[in-house]
Design a protein around this ligand. Structure first.
Ligand SMILES: *Cc1c(COP(=O)(O)O)cnc(C)c1O
Length: 446
């Protein structure tokens, strides 16, 4: 593959964009390939190379790169009518009604412009609603680029995870290990009446993928309810992907007080949202007194793309298709790994998949193991070795993924996320033939 154009573009970009990119994960080594256009499940780069794409914009693209006809038509007509107004439009109500109809926790919703903005607003809402300051998050969880959650450490010993955040933010944030009920029980014993909210992804999807062990989400629900704290599910990545239109909360049968959305709900355009019971969401201004506002919030083109995308999913076999191919991929990769890399853990659910390069976990050929992605099943022979926390994932061979495996897959024309931590996604544009091709590539690269 020739990458001369991409290299030249990156050379230019390095002079005017920090690190040559506008979001840090895009700065792949030695330099990123620059995308010229999408084509179904594929992207074509500036040098004309074609890749089968499992990055899918890091999550928003349920349909791949070709919008279904009604989505394209709605986007074009809303853009042509005039991009935005600073006054309400019908399409915001349409999308709000749709989300409220399908997602168990949502009666009301406020649309914003990114997942980050959604989690920032959700934290402010929880603090305003409860009159408390502390929030509990998961080590290895991700809630975007926000001050209150870019915090690491153990309860009682926390610090910001990046320069630029005053340590006073970290005083109010308590990170605990995902899937460890005893750890969060201790935090609630010590600080129960100071905790505004527990905010977690229902599955660790940005460091993982790690599914909840049996009873963990239920325990979070009980603890928060018992202490009048809010349970916030950050479904920016799982929303309208895991569990279909009811989202991960419907799949797991645990209803949070507040849910944050992003990615798919905007149909490929910038979006975020905060939903929940009316009694809570109405604390946002102007209904209540927790300030929340945005020039671009509820942008008509985004709302139209989101609404038509979700409506299309409701009326077609979208989730059946992506989940079936996701299962085929996880099963196929698990078979290859059993043969070639028996320590590795295949993870994921629905249309998400990943292979975590864990360092132990080989079992006998006839052992009882999860066969299409780790489900945190206690009777699985690999249960002791599969990652349960963010730290377990970070202990894997992350350099091997980025420097060896990812490069080899790219050379075979398969575009995966360049780091070990982030998920791959199957889209409605992927086919059974694409899955076969992908498995052949895994066979060669693993
Ligand atoms: C992507 C993501 C965010 C941040 O969303 P942006 O739109 O990138 O700001 C927050 N939370 C989760 C769980 C995410 O996956």
């Amino acid at each position: 593959m020739n990458h001369d154009e991409s290299r030249a573009l990156y050379d230019r970009a390095l002079s005017v964009l920090p690190g040559g990119v506008n979001s840090s994960v895009r700065a792949t080594r030695p330099y990123p390939f620059f995308i010229e256009r999408g084509d179904g499940a594929h992207v074509v780069d500036a040098d004309g190379n074609r890749y089968l794409d499992y990055v899918m914009g890091y999550g928003p693209l349920l349909y791949g790169h070709d919008m279904p006809d009604p989505v394209r038509a709605a986007v074009q007509s809303h853009a042509a009518d005039g991009p935005m107004y600073g006054a309400p439009t019908e399409i915001e109500v349409d999308l709000a009604e749709f989300v409220a109809r399908h997602v168990p926790s949502v009666e009301m919703i406020r649309f914003v412009n990114s997942g980050t903005e959604a989690t920032v607003s959700a934290v402010r809402l929880a603090r305003g609603y409860t009159g408390r300051d502390k929030i509990v998050v998961m080590q290895g969880g991700y809630h975007g680029a926000q001050e209150s959650t870019l915090v690491e450490g153990e309860p009682g010993h926390t610090e910001p995870s990046t320069p630029g955040i005053p340590s006073s933010f970290a005083e109010h944030t308590i990170p605990v290990p995902f899937n460890d009920a005893a750890a969060i029980e201790r935090v609630f014993e010590a600080h129960g009446d100071e905790i505004a909210a527990v905010m977690t992804e229902p599955i660790l999807a940005n460091t993982g993928i790690v599914l909840p062990v049996d009873g963990y989400l239920e325990r979070l629900r009980e603890l928060t309810a018992a202490h009048d704290s809010l349970l916030i599910f950050d479904e920016v990545i799982t929303g309208f992907r895991v569990g279909g239109l009811q989202c991960a909360q419907g799949k797991f049968g645990v209803t949070p007080d507040v849910t944050t959305f992003g990615k798919i709900v905007g149909g490929g355009f910038p979006v975020g949202a905060i939903g929940g019971r009316s009694e809570i969401i109405e604390h946002f201004t102007p209904a209540g007194d927790v300030f929340q506002s945005g020039t671009f919030s509820g942008h008509p083109v985004t709302m139209a793309a989101g609404y038509e995308s979700l409506k299309y999913a409701a009326e077609n076999d979208v989730y059946e298709h992506v989940n079936r191919l996701g299962e085929r991929l996880r099963r196929g990769i698990a078979e290859i790994a059993a043969d070639q890399a028996p320590d590795y853990t295949v993870v994921g659910t629905d249309s998400m998949f990943k292979t975590t390069f864990t360092r132990e976990g080989a079992v006998a050929d006839d052992a009882d193991v999860c066969d299409a992605g780790c489900r945190q099943r206690e009777s699985c022979a690999r249960y002791e070795h599969c990652p349960k926390t963010g730290a377990d994932v970070a202990d894997a061979e992350t350099e091997r993924w980025e420097r060896i495996f990812w490069q080899e897959m790219k050379a075979q024309g398969i575009f995966l996320t360049a780091n070990q931590f982030e998920s791959q996604f199957v889209s409605y544009a992927h086919t059974d033939e694409d899955v076969e091709e992908t498995l052949e590539a895994y066979k060669a690269a693993l």
